[in-house]
Design a protein around this ligand. Structure first.
Ligand code: ADP
Ligand code: MG
Length: 562
């Protein structure tokens, strides 16, 4: 049996508990994540020892149990893992866990961004003192002949070890919930926390039982009858798809998982299974969602896990900004969670992970483009926002995407940049030998101009999306020898000026008088009136409104409630 013992935990900071409470004030709930993670660790260690032949007994049911006792005001976490001997408690709980907690407090007691690290930092076992006035550990080690032991601590530096009667291998952590934390005695609250952090842990986690409707024979008319039965309330899926090799998964599996994560979303367009173990460890599945124009509601849909424990859905810095619109899961034990944001930004693993994700996404898109061009074209409308945003924000992504990014013309034909250059070069090169990309931002309003351009054998692109004005600027900078011109900003012949003057049938005098007649008729000097020879065209003269005037007019219209 265990030698009864009382002692003092040796630490430098006398009053560690008030500090722990203060620091983690806004995120008390993570204590449960920490304790369940420890239970999972202990169970996985046992499994490993068993597979190595170090443990020969039957392991039995390894389910971790969480339970609440409202009268006693306790919350208990019980596992069937490796357990601890009294010596191990002293070593792992009194010394190691405590020094971790002390280090945390030392490091961050002056930190300004304490809030940022909260929730990302695992205080480990001692985070239980955020919600408990007293913590008891009852444990029996898997080692042969080990005696069960009990550890008691009431939130001071004094601890007590006694013997206890425990027959089952494993560890039971009993938290005596303090009066400010009674929310953690509510079933719904605990269920929520477990679903948030523990949903994909690798060992089954049971939180009591729940009612389930079950078919129970048929009535006289042959309709199914139902009854309510009690079933174990298992919180987690122990084999989420990102832990399964891609070769074993079907499309349906990815879609099912997506539905599980985002029950009310439309089916994703496609997905990327991430899987690397060198030079860092990262797994995950990223989905391209179908997004509407409202980009903002789609943000923060990527969940970050560390060994299947949910950490956060704030993945800024880890995922490139332009891919924040993606959905899905990333799991990496190599992302430092115990540090502040500024550290995260300078961490080399984080940078590598960020680059890796960008590269993977580009590779996947390129693969679909090469192997299933028509599928790619069908999806282009939905993914073009990502791709354009990515090309605008990261040069590296531009370099990868420039070969599969598509331009759509007003007839919905799609071209790569190079294809488009080749297609329009013979017709649409101006006198400076620049290839002119004509584009329209509003096919309905600019219809006359589009039709004129087409009748002259010119092609017109459709660039009417939310970020297309930036995209147009970028194309002009990146594409050599190409200039972009909006189809209604002048007459087509001016836009694609080949430098060949045409003979006018009118004399200069006739032109001037025609011009002044029209100008008087319009009675608005903002309009440009031009009298020019226009081959084959049926329009003898053209009236255009300068770009800024057109915009003013558009604004006045929408402002006027049209
Ligand atoms: P960490 O998990 O990062 O090691 P913790 O403070 O969470 O830090 O736990 C400290 C140590 O206590 C663990 O490494 C482990 O050795 C021991 N321990 C905690 N919980 C359990 C448990 N349920 N079963 C066995 N050992 C445990
Ligand atoms: Mg831990």
């Amino acid at each position: 049996t265990v030698k009864e013992e009382k002692g003092t935990i040796s630490i430098h900071t006398e009053n560690i508990f008030p500090i722990i409470k203060k620091f983690l004030y806004s995120d008390h709930e993570i204590f449960l994540r920490e304790l369940v993670s420890n239970a999972v660790d202990a169970t996985m260690k046992l499994k490993r020892l068993s597979s190595l032949g170090e443990v020969t007994e039957e392991l039995g049911d390894l389910t971790i149990d969480i339970s609440i006792n409202k009268e006693a005001k306790t919350l208990t976490i019980e596992d069937r893992g490796i357990g601890m001997t009294a010596e191990e408690i002293k070593k792992y709980i009194n010394q190691i866990a405590f020094s971790g907690a002390t280090e945390f407090v030392e490091k961050f007691k002056d930190a300004k961004d304490a809030n940022e690290i909260i929730g990302k930092f695992g205080l480990g076992f001692y985070s239980s003192f955020m919600v408990a006035e007293k913590v008891e550990i009852e444990t029996l080690s898997y080692q042969e002949g080990a005696a069960p032991a009990k550890w008691i601590n009431d939130g001071s530096t004094e601890f007590e070890i006694t013997s206890v009667d425990k027959k089952e291998r494993g560890t039971k952590i009993i938290l005596h919930i303090n009066s400010e934390s009674e929310e953690f005695l509510e079933e719904a609250r605990i269920n929520n926390i477990l679903e948030k952090y523990c949903r994909f842990l690798p060992v089954p986690i049971r939180f009591g039982q729940k009612d389930e409707r079950m078919e129970d024979g048929k009535d006289e008319e042959g309709n199914p009858k139902y009854k309510e039965v009690k079933v174990d309330n298992i919180i987690n899926d122990t084999n989420p798809i990102w832990t399964v090799p891609p070769s074993e998964l079907k499309d349906e599996d990815y879609k099912n998982f997506y539905r599980k994560l985002y029950p009310f979303s439309e089916e994703p367009l496609f997905w990327i299974h991430l899987n690397v173990d060198y030079p860092f460890n990262l797994t995950g599945v990223l989905y391209f969602p179908k997004i509407k124009n409202d980009i903002d509601v789609n943000r923060n849909k990527i969940q970050l896990y560390s060994r299947q424990v949910f950490i956060t859905d704030e993945v800024k810095d880890i995922v490139p900004e332009f891919l924040m619109l993606l959905h899905g899961v990333i799991d990496s034990p190599d992302i430092p969670l115990n540090v502040s944001r500024s550290y995260l930004q300078s961490d080399s693993n984080v940078k590598k992970i960020n680059n890796y994700i960008t590269k993977k996404v580009a590779e996947k898109l390129s693969e679909i483009f090469k192997n299933e061009r028509s599928e790619f074209e069908k999806k282009w409308n939905d993914i073009s926002v990502f791709v354009k945003y990515g090309m605008l924000s990261e040069d590296k992504f531009y370099d990868r995407a420039k070969d599969f990014a598509l331009l759509t013309n007003v007839d919905d034909k799609k071209f790569t940049f190079e294809e488009y250059k080749t297609a329009v070069e013979p017709e649409q090169t101006d006198k400076d030998k620049k290839i002119v990309f004509l584009y329209s931002t509003d096919a309905a309003k600019q219809n006359t101009y589009i039709e004129t351009a087409k009748s002259k054998g010119y092609d017109v692109l459709k660039l009417d999306g939310v970020i297309d004005s930036h995209f147009i600027n970028m194309l002009e900078q990146k594409l050599e020898n190409v200039t972009l011109k909006r189809v209604d900003s002048d007459t087509v012949d001016k836009l694609i000026d080949k430098g060949t003057e045409k003979e006018s049938k009118l004399s200069d005098e006739q032109k001037e008088s025609l011009k002044s007649v029209v100008e008087k008729a319009i009675g608005n000097e903002n309009y440009n009136v031009k009298v020019e020879p226009m081959d084959e065209s049926e329009m003898p003269l053209v009236v255009t409104l300068p770009e800024f005037m057109r915009r003013m007019k558009d604004m006045a219209k929408t402002g006027g409630g049209m």
